[in-house]
Design a protein around this ligand. Structure first.
Ligand code: F6P
Length: 361
């Protein structure tokens, strides 16, 4: 049994649909045990900056407004927005913030990067932590699904459906660039759901000539339109990433490879006009799907259950249809989960005739 009485919760990394449903689930479960919940503002900043930024959360925060149906984070989040200071320095301030608020433990809702960074702060500062995975990239280790991924897939699939309609009217090959960083889960899942003709993911090399052949084949079959899904993290044929922006600490943020592909295809196949749609941050802000709200509720309740049992320094995961917990050490050691290039998603895509790059069916 644990002595937990007062916990903090923060959201860290890029936002996604379903975060508020997670916060609600944690607040409601903890409140029923008579615990106090402190909502930490703007990721770890709320604990490391002065003055501390937080709000005491109760069930009323979530019963008066339909937060679980709203995307974004009620608490605010940070996506690599902090200047790099030494781990020791930030951990020290983090620990002081936790001590000042008198928190017994902290729930961190984040992706693989946040689990790594914040678990290090917690380890250095002797703070107990439970992690809940969220990200539209679905690349957090071990868990089969992270909160927010399913909602992002829904946004991408709806975009493919809409592009298909206009592609038909204008006899075009329309390219949809989706997020996902170095993982192709979002591209592959939504390409399958939307019935795209081509799906390029960072994990599988591709040839522009092969895409040209695929488009020619489509024309020969009597169809005058196509939809291509490309993950922002694919490289050019010369092996370069296309960079769309830099974040506040100067790291590259992908963006623009759809345009590269479009101009390459137009050069080789001028009669099949291409246009590019980059979905961007819309993928992070759709209405949370039923699956994500369900996952949020299960993860939130499970996280509080772990704290109640005194099982900390773990992350909850979804595995084989149930919520489980793995040690943060194991999660961090595994790094990022990429798309399994020999798994069912890629295999099914090939079997239904999608070009997914240079990999044997
Ligand atoms: O990790 C989530 C994600 O949306 C990635 O898919 C994308 O590459 C990145 O964040 C965009 O980051 P930013 O919020 O800095 O534009």
């Amino acid at each position: 049994m644990s002595n937990t009485k007062k916990i903090g919760i923060l959201t860290s990394g890029g936002d996604c649909a379903g975060l508020n449903a997670v916060i609600r689930a944690v607040v409601n479960s903890a409140s029923r045990l008579g615990w106090e919940v402190y909502g930490i503002k703007n990721g770890t900043d709320g604990l490391t900056e002065k003055p501390l930024a937080y709000e005491i959360l109760t069930v009323h925060n979530f019963s008066d407004t339909p937060w679980p149906r709203i995307s974004g984070s009620y608490l605010g989040s940070l996506n690599k927005g902090v200047k790099m200071e030494s781990l020791e320095e930030v951990s020290k301030r983090f620990g002081e913030g936790v001590k000042t608020l008198g928190l017994d433990a902290i729930v961190v809702v984040g992706g693989d990067g946040s689990m790594n960074i914040v678990s290090n702060y917690c380890k250095n500062a002797g703070v107990k932590m439970v992690g809940i995975p969220k990200t539209i990239d679905n690349d957090t280790p071990i868990t089969e699904f992270s909160v927010g991924f399913n909602s992002a897939c829904q946004v991408c699939t709806a975009a493919i459906d809409s592009l298909d309609a206009t592609a038909r009217s204008h006899s075009r090959a329309l390219i949809l660039e989706v997020m996902g960083r170095d993982a192709g889960h979002l591209a592959m899942h939504s390409a399958l759901a939307g019935g795209a003709d081509v799906c390029l993911v960072p994990e599988i090399p591709y040839k522009i000539d092969a895409i040209v052949e695929k488009l020619k084949e489509i024309k020969v079959s009597g169809r005058n339109h196509a939809v291509l899904v490309v993950s922002e993290g694919i490289k050019t044929e010369n092996g370069e990433h296309i960079i769309g922006a830099k974040n506040l600490i100067g790291e590259n943020v992908y963006g623009g490879v759809g345009q590269y592909l479009s101009s390459e295809l137009n050069k080789r196949l001028p009669d099949f006009q291409t246009r590019v749609t980059t979905l961007g941050h819309l993928q992070r802000s759709g209405i949370p799907t039923a699956f994500d709200r369900m996952l949020a509720a299960i993860f939130g309740a499970k996280a509080v259950e772990l704290l109640e049992k005194g099982e900390t320094n773990k992350m909850v995961v979804w595995e084989d249809g149930e919520a489980k917990a793995y040690s943060l050490e194991e999660v961090v050691k595994k790094g990022t989960t990429l798309l399994d290039v020999h798994g069912d998603y890629v295999r099914a895509a090939q079997k239904i005739g999608m070009y997914v790059g240079e990999i044997k069916a």
